[in-house]
Each structure stands twice: as structure tokens, then as C-alpha cells.
Design a protein around this ligand. Sequence first.
Ligand SMILES: Cc1ncc(COP(=O)(O)O)c(C=O)c1O
Length: 423
Amino acid sequence: MSTSALQTSASETRNGPALALPTRWPSLLRPDVLADAAGPTPFLLGSTELVTSKLRRFRSAVREVQPFYAVKCNPDAGVLTALAAEGCGFEVASLGELELLVGLGVDAREVLYSNTVKPASHIKGAAELGLWRFAVDSAGEVAKVAREAPGSAVYVRLAVEDDQSAFPLSRKFGVDGGKAVALLLEARDRGLRPYGLTFHVGSQSTAPSAWTTALRRVALIAAELLDLGIHLDMVDIGGGFPAWYGTPVPEIEEIGAAITRGLASLPYTPELLAAEPGRHLAAESAVMVASVLGRERRGGQDWLHTDVGAYHGLIETQQTPSGWPYPLWTSRSDHGTAPSLSYVVTGPTCDSADTFLDRALLPATMAEGDRLYIASAGAYTLSYASSFNGFPPPQARYTATSISTVGRVVPQPSHAVALRSAG
Ligand SMILES: Cc1ncc(COP(=O)(O)O)c(C=O)c1O
């Protein structure tokens, strides 16, 4: 069937209403701005201004807490440099992430290492660079940290309720209160500094009460530890703060109020109240720009093959039972006036598992060469992308932009941002 015949039958039987630009699509990355971005696809077009404005709002909404950005979420040098310039701290999962930060001028002493099970060589290497705070959740890891980084500080990760998040983490990480107390005592016996407690309510959590509940649990453990002569220097409330993916999520101010309620239950205020936001700061800062390689009709469905897929940065669509609803737009001039059609959207590889959208509403007129714009793609995309099947991963193109500019984005090299170390 030719494309035009296909489109005719689509308009007769399957077409829906014309589409409107999803609400909250960032104005700095509007479709007319994206249309000006030349060069081969796929690429991730982002604005560091969108990251730092999120950081500023986070800070005023969650006043008591100091943010330590989770590098794994988006390790683009422009993003890290812009956050460092704002005095944001960092959280790493490996020595490689720490070396990246140090290479950008960040002071390793200001960085938290929150992966609870680490290669011994990474602990040693991180300590040599000056990092001194390590998360643990087992006796084996306490012994490993004592061996590789004697005298350093450890904070214990608690398992907490995370069932209202898109990506729960407490099956893999964390211990209960009794074990946390035992681990901090063990750390003290081994000459380590029993430094704090941490938790993670799961990524993309939509329940502000999850932070309140977790902090109330921390409060009980902190009181017990006080009786045992351990005063916590840090409570670290982890990440999990949600981003917009086309459907409403709690505002950060609502979450901030829930955190304030939880903090009120602590028996004392630790010297450092930390958070490790990742997705909330990075997701909405970038749009993935892909091209349609081909349009097909298979099994009664309309398929678009694009040059980006689950293996090229969009794997989160495979990690949740209901898929991942990235907000979409395209380069088509009739987007917004043409009728819509539901497509299956797949990647460029010879593997069907790189299909990343099942019911994407796009113009019925989509054709080879059109560009697909995937919004809220700044988190957990670049860092997951592979070159499977010989297709290159998306290139990151972050610019620092003047938000006051009306009309076109004025790009500047993001590394032009003055860098000062975190903390
Ligand atoms: C230890 C730790 N901290 C922070 C984060 C960032 O979480 P999010 O992106 O949900 O804010 C993660 C994500 O997996 C994590 O494992």
C-alpha cells in the first residue's frame, strides 16, 4: 500500500482530532526553536538555564535541605558545570562519576557516594581524591569501607515505602531500623564515623507523604541512636522528586511542605540535611530530536521507525508496566491542524524490544524524514544510551540560554558558565 493510500484509509477510519502542544512544553525549547536546530539526528537539545531554574525553585521549596545532584541522571558536562556554578552539591554512584566531576573542578570533599555496594577499588580511589562520605547497607560494605578508606564516614540506607513511585528501589537497597542501628555501631567499632541515615522513596514518586513517612521512621531510629551515644551529622532524603511527563505530578512546594512535616519529627536537627534530586532537575531541560526512518502498517497498526529507540536512550519506556508517556511533537507544519493517528513508535535496530511508544498520538500525515520531538527527555536517557546495532547514541547539545530572550534561543557554549566548586 502506498503512503498516500494509507493516509486516505487512515483519515476514513482511524483519525482523531488535531493535536495541541502539550501543556508545560518548555518555551525555551518550543517547536519553532527546535526547527532551527540543524545537524544529524538523534540529539538531545537542552538548556542549562532550565536545569538551574529548577534548582532554584527546588531550593526555595525545600528550604531546609541542601541538594546534591545525582550525576547518573544526566552526566552532561554542561549540566554539571551549570549546577556547580550554582553551588549545588553532587552525589555519585561510581569512581568514574567522581572523576568526571573532579575533572570539571568540583571538590571531591563536597561529594556524596550513595551507591551502597561499591567496587573496593572505587572506594579507595574516591578516598584518594578526597571523598569521605560513603553509603552502606550491609556489614560486608562497612568492613570494605573500613579497609579501603579507613576513618571515613558512613551513612546507612533505609528501605522505605516506595510503592507510589514509577521506579521503586527498596527491593534492591536498604535495611530496616534495627539493622541500621547495628551497622552504625559496627562502623563505630571499626573506626569509621557513624555519620548519617539516608533513604530513597523511588524515582518519580507522586506521593509527598512518602517523604513524611520515611522521615518519621528516621526520627525513631535517630532517637534510639542517641541513647546509644550516636548523634547523626546527616539525614539524606535521597531523590525521587517527580518531573512532568505530560500528566500532572505534585508540585515541588507540596513535597517541600511534606518534608518540613517529616523533619519536625526528628529529635534534633542534624548539621546537614541533604537531598539527591536527579530527574526533577534534569528531565524537563531537554528534548530528544529524532528522525522518522520509515512508516509501515503491520498487524493492523501504524508503525513509525525512528533513529532513536529504547537502546538509544529511551529504555525507561520498557521499565514500567504501562510504558513511559513522553510528551511529543513533530516538525510537521500541519501538526496542530492535521487529524491525529495512534502509532507504535520503534527504534532503528533489528530488535523489536527497542519499541518505545505503543499508542503515540501524532499527525496522520507522518512520513519519512519528519522529525519527532520527545520532551522531558533530559533524565536517564544519555546515560543509558548505547550504540547497539552500530547506531550512534544521541549527542547532547546543551546550551546556556538567556531566558529573557523573546523568540529564538541565543546559544552560548555551556562551558562558558563560571565554575566554582560545589558546597
Ligand atoms: C542513591 C540515589 N540517589 C539519587 C537518585 C536520583 O533519583 P531521582 O532521579 O529519582 O531523583 C538515585 C536514582 O537512582 C539514586 O540511586
